[in-house]
Design a protein around this ligand. Structure first.
Ligand code: ADP
Ligand code: MG
Length: 313
């Protein structure tokens, strides 16, 4: 009996050893690229990782070229000049979905504020506080800017590419966005850190399978004038940086475009309106970091490593 047990144990150990070796032997490829004005880190495991990295990189460059606000010949710039560039069905679909997200958020996510961001000098870093007349004039213009949604959309496009390639798993860091894909072999969740604006990690989100984790924060792009800090997330109602007592909002959602648009929208809404918006929805979780340092997380967000209040339904 004892012997049988030993044999069984030995067999189990060999099996474990094989599994561990198989995991180690899995091909892993990592690549850092610069696109959409930010650093992107692509990490893929499994057969075809090389091909996956190549296809995702090409997709990121193509999206950047098409929807860049700074390239004069991008489709977006041409639309903003009143031209009528040819749009693919996929482009049309993106614009329809972006418009739907704007409606869903009551306009807190507004992709038509390019002129307002430009008035503040957020493109090119020529920062200035515009006059009220300049803000009013800019608000009256309808100029497309996908800055709050494109990286999330890119994450979603990457997932679709990886599914087609039948890839196993990967994790993509697209600026402040994280896109996970697939399950880890041991079934453990992906651990995604939320950045602490003062350095280090604020807390860690445990995410299972494919998801998009997107943070919008006032510390990401800003300038100071006469001791006042002006950041890049604008309240579409006023044309001024959203001032809702938040430092950042992180959204966890299956769909990347939705995650990105909602992180910006919730920042504009603030904690109370944002919590109500979550209660009316069923497709995302969120973590709010307040300017006084307090943290609030919706009931389904698996946050650890920090103290926080739970927002319940
Ligand atoms: P980041 O692009 O820094 O990751 P966001 O996703 O929150 O952060 O997007 C902010 C960008 O979106 C701004 O730089 C600007 O181009 C644009 N933007 C600013 N305010 C809004 C808004 N209320 N709705 C939609 N887009 C916005
Ligand atoms: Mg966003």
């Amino acid at each position: 009996m004892k012997r049988l047990l030993c044999v069984a144990l030995a067999a189990a150990l060999v099996l474990c050893g094989c599994a561990a070796d198989a995991w180690r032997a899995v091909e892993m490829r990592e690549e850092t690229v610069w696109a959409m004005d930010t650093v992107m880190d692509l990490k893929l495991w499994g057969k075809g990782a090389e091909e996956g990295i190549g296809q995702i990189t090409a997709m990121l460059y193509a999206l950047d070229e098409k929807w860049s606000v700074t390239r004069q010949e991008s489709v977006l710039s041409r639309m903003n000049r009143g031209e009528d560039p040819a749009l693919t069905p996929q482009d049309e679909d993106l614009l329809v979905r972006v418009e739907a997200l704007s409606q869903r958020t009551g306009g807190a996510f507004n992709p038509w504020m390019h002129s307002v961001s430009a008035a503040w000098g957020f493109y090119g870093g020529n920062y200035r506080v515009p006059t009220q007349a300049q803000i009013d004039e800019a608000l009256a213009q309808r100029q497309l800017d996908l800055g709050a949604a494109l990286k999330g959309y890119a994450g979603q496009q990457a997932v679709e590419l990886l599914e087609k390639l039948d890839m196993e798993r990967g994790i993509l860091t697209l600026g402040g966005n994280v896109q996970t894909y697939g399950e880890k072999p041991d079934g453990s969740p992906w651990n995604v850190g939320i950045q602490n604006p003062n350095g280090g990690v604020l807390g860690t989100l445990a995410v299972t399978g494919t998801a998009s984790i997107v943070t919008s924060g006032s510390y990401q792009r800003y300038f100071e004038e006469n001791g006042v800090r002006y950041h890049h997330i604008l309240d579409p109602k006023t044309g001024y940086p959203a001032d809702t007592g938040l430092t950042s909002v992180t959204v966890i959602c299956r769909d990347g475009l939705t995650a990105d648009a909602l992180s910006t929208a919730l920042f504009v809404m603030g904690l109370e309106r944002g919590s109500d918006f979550w209660r009316e929805s069923d497709d995302f979780e969120a973590v709010f970091l307040l300017t006084d340092g307090r943290i609030y997380a919706t009931a389904g967000a698996c946050l650890s490593g920090c103290e926080y209040e739970v927002i319940s339904r």
